[in-house]
Design a binder for this molecule. Structure first.
Ligand code: NA7
Length: 538
């Protein structure tokens, strides 16, 4: 591992990569394979990105292990033994550490170090970290879509005398919650995963819910050796197929039926929902082709889920409070759970509906709502992330003529194909705004993006180009095309982090590209096959 010794003159390097999660590790691997000198800087004390930080009990990916894994190395695919249908955080962290060792990536990674600034001087990028400066030809921001943990501005939080932590900053060693009175704020994916686990460990759990989630059963299970072996024997076909799909995986989880909802009679419709509900994971979302475009179709699926909540949660008032009614199903990312709704049947779990009794303040000893005071020893903030832009906003990024990324994005973030920025030559985002990213299998999306960037760099070398950036017109056209697609869906009808709606003051703009991994891949190929007409080279 590099040490932190400072140097007087900035070292010259081909590329700086920011972040050592799935994206940073693969970017490092690809660029090293091209013979480039690369330094990766990572704020965490270990590699793993999302899977390094999100260590809360129950943290698990909602895409199946065999798909949510690198495809670039057939040897790696064959040798890694996934143990469960959905990978847990510890298993993913082991996997990413294995990748760092297996491909000898660690000598190029500096941990426990933040990149503070990246400034373009007309020729190179001057990158400043906590400890040193480098001059780099390329900068790759592998900073993650959901890496900037967000603690809302809750009155009185600083005065709370118990322990308080965000799910994405879970303390180590694991806190002993036996007999503790635990409060959880937030019922998105993180809350839905952590709440059943806390219920098992704590004395009493109070869940402070503002917006009820639509949560789908994961149906997680052990992955038997013969099933894993059968999947491994078809990996090339599986990956090739996945890359053509919307969701970047195979199987019912991401298989979208071509039938419109109301064209199917109600009994068959319910049977299809039930089939997908039993299958588990995100399968419900693809039940009918119009689920995310037709409000009436969406209401049918939402009703099916509401009925499952009503039949699971024994107390009808609690069931009703847990039932989402004012936004479409899947317009926020559906949560995938294990025993979430069942957990509310426990005597030691209490739901506090913040819509009925708004949170007034955090007190030194708990939470006061307009109706009651709740005494707590521990406060868990499952309050989400400043998605896509949060991690980048923490870095002073100044492009051509000193224009900052913050200025460029004041009206809302846009990036050509989600990865290049007009005015910021040779700086690349991985799975940035305008790419399928979080709406698809992130690992394949990351590989797709980095492969495209690597091919672009090869093209530049071949033609003797020093720098590349997109045309302003191409960038604008892509942003418009991406937004037009999103506006044909129901995504704008929920206050989601997809839209930046969870961060006060953030422009309300749908951030991911909704067209899917396959269609996006075709766009990337069209641009590269066409000789990168939408980019300017010098
Ligand atoms: P999310 O999905 O953004 O959920 C955050 C939760 O925190 C959500 O229920 C919020 O309620 C709640 N929240 C945020 N601020 C407050 C305040 N001030 N008061 C009460 N409740 C609040 O984040 P997650 O970490 O669960 O999941 C993020 C993604 O990670 C997920 O979609 C997967 O892709 C993986 P709100 O809905 O704003 O009323």
């Amino acid at each position: 591992m590099d040490d932190h010794a400072g140097v007087a003159e900035p070292a010259q390097i081909d590329a700086v990569v920011v972040g050592a999660g799935f994206a940073g590790l693969y970017a490092l691997y690809r660029l090293r394979a091209m013979g480039l000198s690369v330094r990766v800087f990572e704020a965490g004390d270990g590699v793993g990105g999302t899977w390094y930080w999100n260590r809360y009990p129950g943290a698990r990916c909602d895409i199946e292990s065999v798909d949510y894994s690198y495809s670039f190395s057939p040897e790696l695919e064959q040798e890694w033994e996934w143990t469960e249908r959905y990978p847990s955080q510890p298993e993913l962290l082991r996997y990413l550490n294995h990748v760092a060792d297996r491909f000898e990536l660690r000598p190029h990674i500096t941990l426990s170090t933040r990149v503070r600034a990246a400034e373009f001087d007309g020729d190179r990028w001057l990158v400043s970290t906590d400890y040193e400066q480098l001059r780099a030809r390329f900068v790759i921001m592998a900073t993650g879509c959901l890496s900037d943990a967000r603690t809302p501005d809750l009155p009185g939080l600083a005065d709370f005398t118990g322990s308080a932590f965000h799910t994405a900053r879970w303390p180590e060693p694991e806190p002993d919650l036996t007999d503790r009175r635990v409060g959880v704020i937030g019922t998105g994916s993180s809350g839905v995963q952590v709440i059943p686990m806390l219920a098992e460990r704590a004395g009493h759990v109070h869940v402070f819910q503002r917006t009820p989630a639509y949560s789908l059963p994961a149906r997680n299970r052990a992955l038997p050796a013969d099933e894993l072996a059968a999947i491994k024997s078809t990996y090339p076909e599986r990956r090739a197929h996945s890359r053509r799909t919307i969701g970047g995986t195979v199987g019912l989880s991401h298989e979208v039926s071509q039938n419109p909802t109301l064209s199917v009679n109600p009994d068959l419709r319910r049977a299809e929902y039930a089939r997908r509900w039993s299958y588990g994971g995100q399968a419900m979302v693809g039940a009918f082709v119009d689920l995310l475009t037709d409000p009436a179709a969406n209401e049918c699926a939402a009703t099916f889920i509401r009925d499952r909540i009503a039949e699971t949660v024994r107390n009808p008032d609690v069931a009703e409070a847990l039932t989402p009614r004012d936004y479409p199903f899947a317009a926020k990312r559906p949560c995938i759970d294990t025993n979430y709704y069942d957990t509310y049947n426990r005597d030691d779990v209490t739901l506090v509906d913040l819509r009925a009794e708004p949170l007034r303040t955090i007190t030194p000893t708990g939470i006061a709502t307009t109706r009651a005071e709740y005494d707590l020893d521990t406060l868990v903030l499952a309050t989400g992330f400043d998605a896509y832009t949060g991690a980048l906003a923490r870095i002073h990024i100044a492009g051509r003529d000193g224009v900052t990324l913050a200025d460029k994005w004041a009206g809302g973030p846009r990036a050509y194909l989600g990865c290049t920025l007009a005015g910021f030559p040779n700086l690349f985002l991985v799975t940035g705004p305008g790419s399928p990213s979080v709406l698809t299998n992130m690992v394949l999306a990351i590989e797709q993006h980095i492969d495209w960037i690597a091919d672009l760099l090869t093209h530049m070398d071949k033609h003797g180009f020093e720098r590349a950036e997109p045309l302003v017109a191409a960038e604008s056209a892509w942003a418009e095309q991406s937004d037009t697609l999103a506006r044909r869906t129901l995504y704008y009808q929920a206050n989601s982090w997809f839209l930046g709606a969870n961060v006060p003051g953030k422009p309300r703009l749908f951030l991911p590209y909704v067209g899917g991994l396959g269609r996006f891949g075709k766009h990337l190929t069209t641009v590269s096959d066409g000789g990168y007409q939408e980019l300017i080279f010098d």
